[in-house]
Design a protein around this ligand. Structure first.
Ligand code: ATP
Length: 358
């Protein structure tokens, strides 16, 4: 097992080469990965000063966004280098935003002017080593740090101390999409269509960068301050320049037939997941869910045993069934998803795809 010192060394020397992620080996997924536990340890990253809420106009603070490249890592060169060294004392620590498997996420504000607000994710190195996910976390950082898209959560940089790794993330002001879906049960056709439009755009961007996400599901989606969708978790993604990968991973309900059957797969796994997501938004549960057993779900996926409830509109039904095709090559390409009547019907005329009037 790797030592904390070796993880520290990895993060000290983390640099982005021209082809950084050419060996995305991952330990075979145990069933526990397919059914993630949601009981992370409680970890403190330091003094909590009582917190602050966003009130940008009054305080003159900026929410860390597209224009905040002055604080981000400089990726203009092939070897990404920090434009400055960050440390915990550079931030005022605000309210906790949530807990993950390896640590807590806090809203923070940079002490230096202008006062940017962002999310600081703290990961304990000992937990990472214990769970043997060093490579996975490293890959997640390498991938996410190089992505720039309005519907992909930005990772501005990272720093670490002896015990912890801190990720400087774009602040997603409206929190988790999953929570809203649980609260509402399902989304309207308009809202679902707006999200799927943004997802398709983000996935097209990722695939153009040879990144396959492989773990699209509501739990991995956040919402920005204007309700725009943000893909926020790259823990299972791979950088696959022209390669097909054999490893089985992803969330059970979102696995495509080729992965269930242990076959090779490519970026079209994300097309399938987009179909599952569309269904779950509209219906409130994933299409092949079988609460009796995982095997029953696998069987339903392999047969593409798809039953769409009658309340789903014909256009949405058409899109779902064109994405949920057994043969990956027959799945509707993302460029055509963007032109599908169900997407065009709800796309605002004048605005870009970035926002969502949920
Ligand atoms: N950038 C962010 N902006 C706002 N809230 C966030 C942000 N990142 C995370 N959160 C909140 O913090 C919680 C924990 O996030 P984290 O990414 O650590 O864990 P997770 O995605 O729930 O699980 P896992 O540890 O399996 O990745 C999220 O569920 C979310 O509520």
């Amino acid at each position: 097992m790797a030592s904390i010192a070796s993880v520290t060394k990895q993060f000290t020397t983390l640099e982005i080469s021209k082809n950084p992620i050419n060996n995305p080996s991952r330990p075979p997924c145990a069933p526990s990965h397919l059914k993630p536990t949601r009981k992370p340890p409680i970890i403190n990253i330091g003094k909590y000063d009582g917190g602050f809420e966003i009130d940008n106009e009054k305080r003159g603070e900026k929410v860390y966004g597209e224009a905040a490249d002055d604080l981000a890592l400089d990726s203009s060169t092939s070897r990404t280098r920090p434009t400055r060294e960050w440390k915990l004392t550079d931030f005022d620590i605000g309210r906790p935003l949530g807990k993950g498997k390896f640590g807590r996420v806090y809203m923070v504000r940079t002490k230096c002017e202008p006062n940017y607000i962002l999310a600081l994710k703290c990961l304990y190195k000992s937990e990472i080593v214990q769970s043997r996910v060093e490579k996975q976390i490293r890959r997640e950082i390498e991938i996410q740090q190089n992505l720039r898209h309005p519907n992909v959560l930005r990772l501005y940089g990272y720093f670490h101390d002896e015990k912890r790794i801190f990720l400087m993330l774009e602040f997603a002001g409206q929190g988790e999409l999953y929570k809203q879906l649980s609260k509402k049960g399902s989304f309207s056709e308009r809202r679902s269509s707006r999200y799927i439009d943004q997802m398709a755009d983000a996935l097209q961007y990722l695939h153009s960068k040879h990144v396959i996400h492989r773990d699209i599901k509501p739990e991995n989606l956040l919402l920005g301050i204007n309700g725009e969708l943000k893909i926020g978790d790259f823990g299972w993604s791979v950088h696959a320049p022209g390669n097909r990968r054999m490893t089985l991973c992803g969330t059970l309900d979102y696995l495509p037939p080729e992965m269930v059957e242990g076959k090779e797969h490519n970026e079209k796994v994300d097309y399938w997941a987009l179909g599952v997501l569309t269904y779950e938004f509209l219906v409130g549960c994933p299409p092949f869910e079988d609460k009796n057993s995982a095997n029953a779900t696998y069987r339903r996926i392999a047969k593409v045993d798809l039953k769409i409830p009658p309340h789903v509109s014909p256009d949405a039904r058409d899109l779902i069934s064109k994405l949920l095709k057994y043969n990956p090559e027959e799945r509707l390409p993302l460029s055509e998803v963007a032109r599908h009547p169900w997407i065009l019907k709800y796309r605002p005329k004048s605005t870009s795809k970035g926002g969502s009037e949920a």
